[in-house]
Design a protein around this ligand. Structure first.
Ligand code: C5P
Length: 401
């Protein structure tokens, strides 16, 4: 069995300097926290003029540091303590002035000092007026930072807060989140494309009614998160759920099984690994009514027709990705799961008891592969997803070698 991965959260120190784009840093903090990261915000004096430290504190769940002489730090060395407790530092937005300071090794406030005192990767997301960006001094400073090993997350060209249009517009929060995840990526699935389906499907009967099931999507979303953590590029095709998607995944929302199949067909050629977690409705109404069906008082009969089996379709492609199925059973888990795996020609199938797993934050899983059964004892779904991804990565590499 694969080892249980470390669950220690990655720690990002998020530095904010003065710029209108500081509001995007607040959104970024929210996305990263949502993806399970620990975020410690440090703000310069000018950053505090654009967003309040209270906003960042509320979003990160940690007091924000702004002062080199903060007496909350026992040894009075906030710059050392904060940089030692970070796995990476991202300065977003980084003003032209702050970039100049970094390039020259100046250390006259908390953020610049801890950047100088760090021994972890530093990422910088510039945000400034186009002329400040284009100025040779700024470009010289950026070149110096690149030579110093700093990652510059180049801005976009676009409408600027000052009313002008040009280069210098800071990346959006989601793009920054992706860059942060990339820094933390371990090797396990680096460079691999993982396609995940999640959630239920909804099959319309008429304009307002439909057939669905009680899948919450939690397991599929956890698998997408775990694949991202393992360094994969993740596409998540999701049925209707009430969950925040992992920020760094490419999300495709669908409603019905047939929509899901179309979405899968559109992207499957890029996938190295397909994890079919979705609880696809097996049947749909043979003919859905465009109008609301009127109550008659008597019995009515609804004719159902089978939906396409998406996993079966993918597993039978001439060059299928590594396919992983899920089976939620209410009885005879092992027998049914083994039959399903063979029936759909899958190298790996994860099975659980529907009554334990659906809607819950925890599940017990049994993995079935050519070597037999591998029970994964009850644990939070994100832990199960991390264990599953480790197992998938090991089998995938074995299959390739
Ligand atoms: O519903 P069933 O137990 O057969 O599901 C087993 C696997 O097949 C799951 O991974 C599910 O996502 C997939 N499946 C599918 N399309 C269907 C039915 C199931 O992709 N129509």
């Amino acid at each position: 069995m694969a080892n249980i991965p470390s669950l220690t959260a990655k720690r990002l120190l998020l530095g904010l300097t003065g710029g209108v784009a500081a509001y995007k840093a607040a959104e970024l903090a929210r996305l990263l926290i949502q993806d399970g990261m620990e975020v410690q915000a440090v703000m310069t004096e000018s950053a505090c003029r654009f967003v309040g430290p209270a906003t960042l504190q509320a979003l990160t769940g940690k007091p924000v540091f702004t002062d080199l002489w903060d007496t909350r730090v026992a040894n009075n060395m906030a710059h050392i303590d904060l940089s030692r407790n970070a796995d990476a530092i991202l300065v977003a937005p980084a003003s032209a002035d702050f970039i100049a300071k970094l390039a020259h090794g100046l250390a006259d406030d908390l953020l610049s000092t801890l950047c100088l005192a760090r021994d972890c990767p530093l990422l910088v997301a510039p945000a400034m007026n186009r002329q400040m960006w284009e100025h040779p001094a700024t470009q010289r400073n950026l070149a110096t930072l690149r030579l110093d090993g700093v990652t510059i997350l180049d801005p976009h060209s676009g409408a600027q807060a000052c009313g002008e249009t040009g280069m210098g517009r800071m990346l959006e929060a989601q793009e920054l989140a992706k860059a942060v995840h990339a820094v933390f990526r371990p090797e396990l699935l680096r460079g691999r494309c993982v396609l995940v389906t999640a959630g239920p499907t909804y099959e319309a009967i008429d304009a307002v009614r439909g057939i669905t099931n009680s899948s919450s999507g939690k397991m599929g979303y956890a698998v997408a998160r775990a694949a991202l953590e393992a360094g994969a590029d993740v596409t998540l095709i999701s049925g209707p759920v009430c969950l925040e998607p992992p920020a760094a995944a490419r999300l495709i929302n669908v409603v019905s099984a047939r929509d899901m199949l179309v979405a899968v067909k559109n992207v499957v050629s890029y996938a190295d690994i397909f994890v079919s977690v979705a609880a696809v409705a097996d049947y749909r109404a043979a003919s859905a009514s465009k109008q609301k069906i009127k109550k008659t008082g008597g019995d009515i009969t609804l004719e159902l027709t089978p939906n396409p089996d998406i996993l079966e379709y993918v597993a039978n492609l001439p060059k299928p990705p590594f396919c992983v199925g899920f089976a939620a059973e209410t009885e005879n888990l092992k027998v049914n799961a083994a039959l399903k795996r063979r029936g759909k020609k899958l190298p790996l199938l994860a099975a659980n008891l529907a009554q334990d797993a659906i809607g819950s934050d925890e599940s017990a899983l049994v993995l079935f592969d050519d070597e037999g059964e591998h029970p994964l004892l009850k644990a939070p779904k994100i832990v199960q997803a991390q264990r599953l991804i480790q197992h998938i990565a090991a089998l995938y590499e074995k299959q390739r070698s």
